[in-house]
Design a protein around this ligand. Structure first.
Ligand code: GLP
Length: 251
């Protein structure tokens, strides 16, 4: 289901309210976290709501979607640093319940197996947040990734490295590979919210709508998920026929 909001702040308000409702109904919820520019206003809004409503977040568990291979928590562009800056350092989370793939693990394969196993021990996520790459990737599952994959190491596509270079300094090189939750780890979620904002995402949203379920456009797998919402602003929805989406006001 596509739900379209007037702008990014209305999107952030709605998605953060959904997170808050999840916590209220299940204070020990397992949440799947995403990174990227799309999520920044969402986390900011979530932090405000948690503070205003004085919610206890200490029983929550987080599993992050992905991490660059080779970047540690001290590298400003690692997703560990992103999560610390945009979410984790602002609220009283239990650090032992914040899981991120470790881009510097000694054995990446073993680490991937353990990460996926740990997610399954938790019964998968209650709510998985997703962004989407301009080529349709979710997490770092690039086009062609097997739908039955679990957490694994991926070679990043040229498209993704170019898209993500905007976050890196001019003299920094975007890593060539990453660890990502697999497609099956994502599909184990009880509920999925995919968020896309801005006109750069409009073409891939139109392809999603027109396409059958195919590994060539990874996020088409979501058409098979029983509980998924695709949350868009007007710009990201601009190439979709108006009859297929529902317009919403802020939450
Ligand atoms: C990155 C992340 C994805 C994210 C996507 C979109 O490649 N690995 O998890 O969804 O980019 O990012 P943005 O929100 O910055 O467009």
């Amino acid at each position: 289901m596509f739900v379209v909001f007037p702008d990014t702040s209305a999107v952030a308000d709605y998605v953060s309210a959904t997170l808050v409702n999840t916590i209220k109904s299940k204070p020990d919820a397992v949440l799947g976290a995403a990174t990227g520019g799309t999520m920044e206003p969402i986390y900011a809004c979530f932090i405000d709501k948690v503070r205003q409503q004085q919610l206890d977040v200490s029983r929550l568990t987080f599993f992050n979607l992905d991490e660059y291979v080779g970047l540690g928590v001290d590298h400003s562009q690692s997703y560990a640093a992103y999560m610390r800056e945009h979410l984790f350092r602002h609220l009283s989370f239990n650090a032992a319940r914040l899981y991120l793939p470790d881009g510097q693990a000694k054995s990446l394969e073993e680490h991937c197996r353990d990460y996926s196993a740990r997610m399954q021990q938790h019964g998968g996520t209650d709510l998985q947040l997703l962004g989407v790459g301009s080529n349709g990737h979710i997490g770092f599952n690039e086009p062609g990734t097997a739908f039955d994959s679990r957490c694994h190491v991926v070679e990043l596509s040229e498209r993704t490295r170019i898209d993500n270079s905007r976050f890196f300094a001019e003299d920094e090189i975007v890593p060539a590979s990453a660890i990502t939750m697999g497609m099956q780890d994502i599909m184990d979620a009880r509920e999925v919210l995919l968020v896309a904002t801005g006109k750069n995402k409009a073409p891939i949203l139109a392809r999603y709508f027109e396409s059958e379920v195919t590994e060539a456009i990874p996020f088409t797998i979501l058409k098979k998920h029983p509980r998924v919402k695709i949350i868009l602003d007007e710009a990201a929805a601009s190439l979709l026929p108006a009859r297929v989406f529902q317009r919403a006001a802020a939450a």
